[in-house]
Design a protein around this ligand. Structure first.
Ligand code: NAD
Length: 362
């Protein structure tokens, strides 16, 4: 029986439309092969939306996203909109989308592909085989806690305050996503906190320990964030799935991602309690190479694979796309950002065609 999924596409700005076009072609081919029907609807976000409507996240865009099974986003932003006030900046559209869809869990894989191992700044034997998933809480913690602000004291000196706060319910819902993610992967979950200093981390650690009894097939460990940062660089292979709060996750997910050495290869997923999730590359809109057919579309394509795996429960389709990516890399095909001696350099479109060939040959 044909399965049907409605996908909202948000190509955004810069290289967004170029890399999105590749991902859509790839999805269409996989859909034909596996009898999955994708209904694509495109909407405006970021600078493109500002130019057309005056706001970075038009109400119509959010409504279309809410009425779909998953959202595939490319990237937003660019020099043209950098001087606008904060509430009219492209980034505000992205924050509005996350808030509007109540996306509280951010999943960022860091996988070292054997073909790109030399792109890492770490030694081969340290990074070979690394396959980590960082699950970051996205809507609570220090970035959203109250009170916050810059206040004048009695002496006239300014004092700035932010608050790190998590409720049991907030910890439990991100914990559930993390344990379930670990179940789908290597069955190991490391919870990162600072419970030797912070009460909010004590509660975090208590709840994670409590939750573990519901997941006897997942092995839970705990690390302080400073040690976790050190271990990520010293011996990253020890990690399978990591769960942590908003601030620590922001920093650790970037550090973990950079073990792989190539920003054009990194996908991400943001999930809420119900559908739809938002799936997008980690990189930005790369205005410096926009419109030149130089962009690496693989992070976008791998984001589409994450959408299939985590948003639409289409594991076989996700596997097929990931295999196609490995196959083109095995063939020595590279975009400029991951180019190395002896390989063949392709533009964005040609990389897309190579992926389609790889899919059709299996
Ligand atoms: P960026 O990720 O866009 O670019 C950083 C560098 O990496 C550039 O040299 C770029 O050419 C290169 N690069 C990035 N993606 C690439 C790809 N797929 N293929 C080849 N090369 C690639 O970050 P930036 O320059 O700091 O920001 C540019 C704009 O993107 C800004 O407006 C920023 O606000 C926005 N941004 C958006 C997101 C998002 O949409 N989630 C994330 C980060 C930055």
């Amino acid at each position: 029986m044909t399965q049907h999924h409605r996908i909202t596409l948000l190509p955004g700005d810069g290289i967004g439309p170029e890399i999105m076009a590749v991902a859509v072609e790839v999805l269409k081919v996989v859909g034909q092969q596996l009898d999955i029907e994708f209904e694509f609807q495109e909407a405006l976000i970021g600078g493109a939306a500002i130019d057309a409507t005056g706001e970075p996240l038009p109400a119509q865009t959010l409504e279309m996203c809410r009425n779909s099974d998953a959202v595939l986003l490319a990237a937003i932003g660019g020099y043209k909109w950098d001087s606008l006030p904060r509430n009219l900046r492209p980034e505000t559209g992205l924050l509005g989308l996350r808030a509007g869809l109540k996306l509280f869990a951010n999943l960022r894989p860091a996988i070292i592909l054997p073909q790109l191992i030399d792109a890492s700044s770490l030694k081969r034997d340290v990074v070979e085989g690394v396959d980590i998933m960082v699950v970051r809480e996205l809507t609570g913690g220090l970035y959203f806690g109250e009170p916050r602000g810059i206040f004048a004291t009695e002496t006239g000196e300014k004092r700035a305050v932010n608050t790190m706060a998590y409720s049991e319910a907030e910890i439990d819902r991100i914990g559930k996503v993390a344990f379930e993610t670990a179940q789908k992967r290597g069955g190991k979950l490391c919870s990162v906190d600072k419970s030797n200093v912070l009460e909010v981390s004590q509660l975090w650690r208590d709840r994670m320990t409590q939750l573990a009894s519901n997941y006897p097939d997942v092995e839970l460990s705990h690390l302080y964030v400073d040690n976790a940062a050190m271990q990520l660089v010293r011996s990253p292979k020890q990690f399978d799935t990591i769960v942590t709060g908003n601030l620590f996750g922001d920093i650790l997910s970037d550090a973990a991602a950079m073990l792989t050495g190539s920003i054009g290869m990194l996908p991400s997923a943001s999930l809420g309690e119900s559908k739809p999730g938002v799936f997008e590359p980690v990189h930005g809109s790369a205005p410096d190479i926009a419109g030149q057919d130089k962009a690496n579309p693989l992070a976008q394509v791998l984001s589409a694979a994450m959408m299939l795996r985590y948003g639409l429960n289409q594991k076989t389709a996700a596997d097929r796309i990931e295999q196609a990516v490995l196959q083109v890399l095995d063939q020595g095909k590279r975009t400029g950002d991951i180019m190395s001696a002896g390989m063949t350099q392709l533009g964005c479109r040609a990389m897309g065609e190579a992926l389609i060939d790889a899919l059709q040959s299996t």
